[in-house]
Design a protein around this ligand. Structure first.
Ligand code: SF4
Length: 345
């Protein structure tokens, strides 16, 4: 797919506009309009000559369009956004008293096949381009009138399976001449693509890394997460240590509690053995049930007891507040529903 002008770096825009006989400051104006102001069209940018705006219409400016929106009692909103080709992705807007967090998607569907995840049930269609990832942020800011302060790459898709476009997105959103979001305000969640974790450590963008762990042994992990057949927990730990050494960022471990599967005493012992020390933080989450997976969420008491027991063993852990539960907060569910209603697949 041809690169949209809203997915180009400032240097790429400069090269494009130079080819059109324009001065470099025009590229800065375009970049500012698209990324600092988050505009989805250059029509209103009157500082640009009308003739240039007309010429630039020949280049794609790739944005997402709202097709559905669900509002939760807790103020979260889940957007279903359509891409140019009719595919759809989900974005979840979560306002808190002191900040606004946005959960964004990086792929249409997911190839990773985690058994408990709705994203993988609707087939993988394609990777998102960097500008389509960005547009989820700018479009949501436009619709809600709110400023996004934090971003989590935890929506549909495995971000590190779309490595180049995700890194391009990270460079654009942290660009001081654009939205200028701090890398520290961004969290990328991965099921553990070990070689890409090493690559990310070298990019010089110190974002937070979250690992979808969800089991305390390789054997258990393989039952729900096919990626565990490729990389062991020890290999993930070594890659995370390299990431921590390079970036200084603590690593969080996502641990969805499934009754009788991974909330047993032996899981506590294994987690305590593996993840001691200030570098790790375990986020405990109740399972979001989907009909294709028979596992049940651990009860509230069990979750609190699990957290408590981890603390007693000297492990940093907390329970993640569930947001948007009444609007099918788990990623991928709205997209599946839309496909079931005859939307594009
Ligand atoms: S949990 Fe993440 S990696 Fe696994 S299938 Fe779902 S979106 Fe993909």
């Amino acid at each position: 797919m041809e690169r949209g002008i809203n997915g180009m770096s400032l240097e790429e825009l400069e090269a494009l506009l130079k080819g059109l006989g324009q001065a470099p400051f025009r590229a800065k104006q375009v970049f500012h309009a698209l990324h600092a102001e988050g505009l989805d069209s250059l029509d209103e940018v009157t500082t640009l000559p009308k003739a240039l705006r007309e010429v630039l219409k020949d280049y794609p400016l790739r944005t997402v369009k709202e097709v559905n929106q669900l509002l939760s009692r807790d103020g979260s909103r889940k957007f279903l956004y359509a891409l140019e080709d009719g595919n759809t992705v989900e974005t979840v807007y979560m306002p808190y008293p002191d900040r606004t967090t946005l959960c964004i998607s990086s792929q249409v569907g997911c190839k990773m096949g985690c058994k408990f995840c709705a994203s993988t049930k609707a087939a993988f269609a394609r990777n998102l381009q960097a500008e389509e990832i960005l547009s989820q942020v700018y479009q949501t800011e436009r619709i809600t009138g709110d400023r996004v302060d934090r971003i989590v790459l935890m929506g549909i898709g495995e971000p590190l399976d779309n490595y180049d476009e995700v890194v391009r997105f990270l460079r654009l959103i942290t660009d001081p001449k654009g939205k200028n979001l701090s890398a520290r305000a961004i969290t990328l969640s991965t099921c553990g693509l070990v070689p890409r974790i090493y690559d990310l450590a070298e990019e010089g963008i110190p974002i937070n890394l979250a690992i979808s762990l969800h089991a305390s042994s390789d054997e258990d992990r393989r039952r729900t997460m096919p990626i565990a057949n490729r990389y062991s927990i020890q290999e993930i730990i070594r890659a995370c240590m390299a990431y921590f050494e390079k970036t200084g960022r603590r690593i969080s471990l996502e641990y969805v509690l499934i009754e009788g599967e991974n909330d047993r005493p032996q899981d506590l012992d294994a987690l305590a053995r593996l993840f001691k020390g200030p570098m790790w933080h375990i986020n405990l989450l109740p399972l979001n049930p989907i009909k294709e997976y028979k596992g049940r969420p651990s009860g509230e008491e069990r979750i609190f007891a699990f957290e408590e027991a981890l603390h007693r063993r000297g492990i940093h852990a907390s329970i993640r507040r569930k947001r948007g539960e009444d609007i099918d907060g788990a990623c991928g569910q709205l997209r599946i529903l839309y496909q079931g209603m005859g939307g594009p697949s």
